[in-house]
Design a binder for this molecule. Structure first.
Ligand code: GDP
Ligand code: MG
Length: 439
C-alpha cells in the first residue's frame, strides 16, 4: 500500500502545478492502491469521495503547493478513517478491571494477554491475574502459564475438564480474594466463527461483566479481518480491537477498514512475537507510516522502551548540558544494535522508508563496527572532549582503526551534528507532543 500510494503522490510532487486531469489520475491511483491493500470497498468509495470533495473545495488547483495540500488531505482523511485519537484501555472505577479477549484461533489472544499484562505491570505497577479459559487446546493453558511464569504474573487455571464459564467464575473470585487490579480472560478461538463458540463467549460476557472486550484480529488476514471483526462485534458488542502481526502486514488494509466498518477503535497493535512488541495505536502515526512519512514517534518510543531507563536519563541530562561525548555515543550505538535489525529502525525514520539513498547507504552492521573501531582508537581524553580531535589526531585514529581519514572525518562531523541536534531538541525546540513523550 505504502509503495503504491507513494508512487501516486510522488507523481504529483514532481509537478509544480496540478491540473484537473492530474488530480483525477492521482485519485484513481489512490483508489487502486487502497483496493489492492484489501481495504473494504465501501470504505474506499467514501474515502475517495471525501478527499476529492475537499481537494476541489480548497482551490487546490491554484494553490501554492498543490501536491503538498493533497498529501495533507489524504493524510488527514486516512487518520480520520482510523479514528483520529488513540483510545486507552477502559478502566473500571472499582477494582478489578476485567478485560475479556475474543478472536479466532491463532489471532494472537494469548500473546496479547501477556503483552498487555506486562505493559500494565511495568507502567502502572499493576497486579493482574490471567484466567486460562481456553480448554480446547491443552497447550493453550500451558502457553499462558509459561507467559505468566516468565513475567511473574499469576495465572488461574483449572485444567481442561472444567467448563470455561465455571473457570471464569472461580477465577474472578480468586482475583477478588487476592485484590488483583486487572483480570484478563484468555478465551478459546476457532478457525472460523461458529455458534458454539459465540454462545460460550456471550455467556462469559454475562458472567464476567467485562469492562473491556478486546477483539484480537490478525492483520495479515486482509478482507477476512473485516468480516471476522463484524461477526464478533455483532454478537459481543466489543469495546476495542487489537490488531496483531502488523509486523508481517505490508498492505495495511485491515488497519484502515476495521474502524470504518465496525465503528470500534483499534486500541493496540502487535508488532512482533516478543512480549514488548505491543504499541498503542495512533491513527495519525499509522497514516504517516502508510504514506511513507515514517513513524518517528513510534521509533522514539521503541528506543525509550528498549533503553535502560537510567542510562537514558543520564544521557538526556548530558544532551541538555551539551556534554554528550563519544563514550555516550558508543553506549547509544550498542543500544541501537540491541534494538533489532537496523533496517527496521531506519524504515521508521521520516523519508527513509522508501528512500533510494537508504539502499546505497549500506546500513549494514559493519558500519556500526567501523564507527566503534574509530571511537575505540581515541584516547579517553579525546572521547570526552571531541574538540581535541585536530587533523593529526584524526590521522592517528585512521591508522588505529584501519579506516580511511575521510571516513574518520565524516564520522566526527556526523557526531558533531548529532550532538548539536540533540542539545537543540533537549532545549525546547521540540514540539509539545514530543516533549510530552519525553516526560
Ligand atoms: P491465540 O490462538 O489467539 O491465543 O493466538 P496466540 O497468542 O497463541 O498466537 C498465535 C501465534 O501468533 C503465536 O505464534 C504468536 O507468537 C504469534 N503472534 C501473536 N501476535 C503476534 C504479532 O503481533 N506479531 C507476530 N509476528 N506474531 C504474533
Ligand atoms: Mg490462545
Amino acid at each position: 500500500l505504502t509503495e503504491r500510494l507513494q508512487k501516486a503522490i510522488s507523481g504529483l510532487r514532481r509537478k509544480g502545478k496540478v491540473t484537473d486531469a492530474d488530480l483525477r489520475e492521482t485519485m484513481r491511483e489512490i483508489r487502486l492502491a487502497l483496493l489492492e491493500a484489501d481495504v473494504n470497498f465501501e470504505v474506499v468509495k467514501t474515502f475517495i469521495k471525501t478527499v476529492r470533495d475537499r481537494a476541489a473545495g480548497t482551490n487546490i488547483l491554484e494553490g501554492l503547493n498543490p501536491a503538498q495540500q493533497i498529501v495533507k488531505i489524504v493524510d488527514e482523511e486516512l487518520t480520520k478513517m482510523m479514528g483520529e485519537e488513540a483510545v486507552p484501555l477502559n478502566k473500571s472505577p472499582k477494582v478489578p478491571t476485567v478485560i475479556m479477549m475474543a478472536g479466532l484461533q491463532g489471532a494472537g489472544k494469548t500473546t496479547t494477554v501477556g503483552k498487555l499484562a506486562l505493559k500494565l505491570k511495568n507502567e502502572q505497577k499493576a497486579r493482574p491475574l490471567l484466567i486460562a479459559a481456553d480448554i480446547y487446546r491443552p497447550a493453550a493453558i500451558d502457553q499462558l502459564a509459561k507467559l505468566g511464569h516468565d513475567m511473574e504474573i499469576p495465572v488461574f487455571s483449572m485444567g481442561t475438564d472444567v467448563n470455561p464459564r465455571e473457570i471464569v467464575k472461580q477465577g474472578l473470585a480468586q482475583a477478588a480474594e487476592n485484590k488483583n487490579d486487572y483480570v484478563f480472560i484468555d478465551t478459546a478461538g476457532r478457525l472460523q466463527i461458529d455458534e458454539l463458540l459465540m454462545d460460550e463467549l456471550a455467556d462469559i460476557k454475562t458472567i464476567a461483566q467485562p469492562d473491556e472486550i478486546l477483539l484480537v484480529i490478525d492483520a495479515m488476514t486482509g478482507q477476512n479481518a473485516v468480516q471476522t471483526a463484524q461477526g464478533f462485534d455483532q454478537r459481543l458488542d466489543v469495546s476495542g480491537v487489537v490488531l496483531t502481526k502488523l509486523d508481517g502486514d505490508t498492505r495495511g488494509g485491515a488497519a484502515l477498514s476495521i474502524r470504518a466498518v465496525t465503528g470500534k477503535p483499534i486500541k493496540f497493535v502487535g508488532q512482533g512475537e516478543k512480549m514488548t512488541d505491543l504499541d498503542v495505536f495512533y491513527p495519525d502515526r499509522m497514516s504517516s507510516r502508510i504514506l511513507g512519512m515514517g513513524d518517528m514517534l513510534t521509533l522514539i518510543e521503541k528506543a525509550q522502551r528498549d533503553f535502560d531507563e537510567k542510562q537514558a536519563e543520564e544521557q538526556m541530562q548530558k544532551m541538555k548540558e551539551n556534554t554528550f561525548d563519544f563514550n555516550d555515543f558508543i553506549e547509544q550505538l550498542n543500544q541501537v544494535q540491541n534494538m533489532g535489525p537496523l533496517e527496521d529502525i531506519m524504515k521508521m525514520i521520516p523519508g527513509m522508508a522508501n528512500n533510494p539513498a537508504l539502499k546505497n547507504m549500506n546500513v549494514d552492521p559493519k558500519d556500526l563496527e567501523h564507527i566503534k573501531a574509530i571511537v575505540f582508537s581515541m584516547t579517553p581524553a579525546e572521547r570526552e572532549n571531541p574538540d581535541l580531535l585536530n587533523p593529526s589526531r584524526r590521522r592517528r585514529l585512521a591508522a588505529g582503526s584501519g579506516r580511511p581519514v575521510v571516513e574518520v572525518n565524516r564520522m566526527i562531523k556526523q557526531f558533531m551534528e548529532m550532538k548539536k541536534m540533540m542539545s537543540g531538541l533537549m532545549n525546547g525546540k521540540m514540539s509539545p507532543q514530543m516533549q510530552n513523550m519525553m516526560n
